[in-house]
Design a protein around this ligand. Structure first.
Ligand SMILES: Cc1ncc(COP(=O)(O)O)c(C=O)c1O
Length: 393
């Protein structure tokens, strides 16, 4: 036990006075497991099965010398310039973060008010109360990325959770308007596109219509967009209240380095720039991301391989009785036959294959399976066939 660990003799709650009640009561984000089990096939956190390009590894190695004593470029300027050239915008339209998670957290702090401790009735009645309620609202569709509610809870904002259609489609704009389910003035709204955990992609035209009608800040979280048919980057350059979040983690095999970025209007990005840590993006991460942008053909070939494996695995699992959702990401959501999803999680784990299961969620009847290599997909299929043959305990 380290010197900082709470001693078992301290009664729970005895330290309450030292920690804000909000933090005491908080349920933090639960990341996918990162177990160190030899031979484990890890299909639980949507990492890319292919390594970074050899040139990216060489660039990181070459930068690992005495320069580590120096601070990195505080605004990741070279990277922003290269990203701007790629996306046909100005460096002022780009803000780089320590993974896109950091940027999502910065957005909660910059755009949503924490709700007043005693916020009063849930439905505000006067225009001023309605405005205050909207300003303190963080809004997102469900199911979606499970970090959003945690960010809202950390910040103390109220949440407005809007259900996706049963097929994970966005509710039509007319329905959002009429039902008043969606708050077009919410301080901050998140939309995962393509959706996680379902993998469903959304046409840019549909997102454009929502952006046009929306008035609060809207973040289009495109963490998986490189595996999709369409992207909505142009909307971040078209609308001053829309930000697009991208990451080097998934498609560019760089989870370890933590580099993500926002594209959007300089006014919104300027607000985030004021509240971020001065050196929020580590130097080796900047080096790796810059080298990645010189190697796009290598990564595009990997996207094609992952998409081909995704389609083959989806078809094979469907034949075995799984209900597999069409996916435009590097994972699939599959409802298994024969045993409940939680039991499949345990059975596959016993065979050293780790997938993701979300307890207490609208998709708790399903498994989210990251697309690995072809060999990993074959191993998964062998394990599934063996389990379907095995007698039930
Ligand atoms: C929808 C979505 N957005 C953002 C992220 C965060 O990515 P990162 O912080 O690695 O850039 C994830 C990671 O799982 C994700 O699933």
């Amino acid at each position: 036990m380290s010197a900082n660990s709470p001693t078992p003799s301290v009664r729970p709650g005895a330290r309450r006075g030292l920690i804000r009640p909000l933090v005491q009561d908080l349920h933090g984000y639960v990341p996918g497991e990162q177990p160190k089990i030899k031979g484990l096939i890890k299909l639980n956190t949507n990492e890319n099965p292919y390594p970074p390009s050899p040139k990216v590894l060489a660039a990181v190695k070459a930068a690992t010398d005495g320069r580590l004593r120096l601070y990195p470029n505080p605004t990741a300027l070279a990277l922003r310039e290269k990203l701007a050239a790629r996306h046909d915008c100005a460096p002022e339209n780009i803000l780089v973060g320590n993974g896109s998670d950091e940027l999502l957290a910065l957005a909660t702090r910059a755009f949503a008010e924490p709700a007043a401790p005693k916020a009063g009735p849930e439905r505000a009645t006067t225009p001023a109360a309605r405005r205050a309620q909207s300003a303190a609202t963080i809004q997102f569709f469900m199911p979606g990325y499970s970090l959003y509610p945690v960010l809202a809870a950390i910040h103390g904002s109220r949440t407005n959770v809007v259900a996706l259609a049963p097929d994970f489609g966005l509710p039509p704009l007319a329905v959002l308007r009429k039902s008043r389910a969606w708050d077009f003035d919410a301080g901050l709204s998140f939309l995962t596109t393509p959706n996680a955990p379902s993998g469903r992609g959304y046409p840019t035209a549909e997102l454009d219509a929502l952006c046009a009608a929306h008035r609060g800040v809207l973040v289009l979280d495109e963490a998986y967009v490189d595996f999709a048919r369409e992207n909505a980057l142009a909307l971040a350059l078209k609308y001053p209240h829309v930000l697009v979040a991208r990451t080097f983690s998934k498609a560019y095999s760089l989870c370890f380095q933590r580099v993500g970025y926002f594209v959007g209007h300089p006014e919104l990005l300027g607000a985030l720039d004021k509240i971020r840590d001065s050196y929020n993006v580590n130097g080796l991460g900047q080096v790796a991301a810059l080298a990645t942008l010189d190697e796009l053909p290598y990564y595009r070939a990997n996207f094609a391989k992952i998409i081909a494996t995704r389609e083959r695995l989806s078809a094979a699992l469907t034949k075995l009785g799984f209900t597999v959702r069409p996916s435009q990401t590097n994972f699939i959501l599959a409802r298994p036959p024969a045993f409940p999803a939680a039991e499949w999680l345990a059975r596959l784990r016993a065979r050293k294959i780790l997938v993701r299961w979300f307890a207490n969620s609208p998709v708790s009847d399903s498994l989210r399976i990251t697309i690995g290599t072809d060999a990993e997909a074959d191993a998964l299929l062998r394990a599934v066939r063996a389990e379907l043959r095995a007698p039930r305990d």
